[in-house]
Design a protein around this ligand. Structure first.
Ligand SMILES: [Zn+2]
Ligand SMILES: [Zn+2]
Length: 200
């Protein structure tokens, strides 16, 4: 299934849309990095963001697919280190929204599903974001790896697709149409707050 996914923070001040999302346009991964966990802890949304294994289930989309129609002034951003990846949230109610690289030149956004207004969709969110393709950035013991880690084939299939998308979004200029970086200066729209934890 494909749809424009409505984006909405918990209090409703931030509203927007992730356009034309379907399993062929979303790389869904579960990320186990320390940065995602620190972000969840910092905005006190661990229950929403983290699964029982400490992973965050995100789907990567084109930066140009996301837009905001209200409340963009409430968007806040934090990072673990001065040069680290950026994690975006609605500061009005601490709803997680997206992760990005520190620069728009690596063109994808990882959307945290807590900001998707899933009740407004015709089908379950999984029908649009697709299945989990891989679990990344984790250290798994042998038993966990068997049940949790996506098989290497899935990861290998995902990487070329991801590389192709990035090339396409660079070449088409889609990377400049991100709502999270200023069009002219390429600076993040909110000054990133450094919370001082290694991102790996
Ligand atoms: Zn809000
Ligand atoms: Zn992560």
């Amino acid at each position: 299934m494909r749809a424009d996914l409505p984006i909405r923070c918990a209090c409703g001040r931030v509203r927007g849309c992730a356009r034309d999302i379907h399993p062929g346009a979303a790389n869904r991964v579960v990320c186990h990095c320390r940065g995602c966990r620190a972000y969840a802890a910092h905005i006190d949304r661990e229950a929403q963001i983290l699964d029982p294994h400490g992973g965050s289930d995100v789907f990567q989309i084109s930066p140009a697919a996301l837009s905001f129609e209200a409340g963009i002034e409430h968007i806040r951003c934090l990072r673990m280190t001065p040069k680290g990846a950026l994690r975006w949230y609605a500061g009005c109610c601490d709803t997680p929204i997206a992760g990005s690289f520190h620069t728009r030149r690596v063109p994808f956004l990882s959307i945290y599903p807590a900001c998707v207004e899933a009740e407004a969709l015709d089908g379950p969110l999984d029908a649009y974001r697709g299945p989990v393709l891989a679990r990344v950035n984790g250290t798994f013991d042998r038993a966990e790896a068997k049940t949790l880690k996506a098989n290497p084939g899935a990861l290998l299939a995902m990487l070329p697709r991801y590389a192709w998308w990035c090339l396409k979004w660079m070449a088409s200029g889609a990377y400049k149409r991100t709502p999270l970086f200023e069009r002219e200066t390429a600076a993040p729209i909110a000054e990133p707050l450094v919370i001082g934890i290694a991102d790996a």
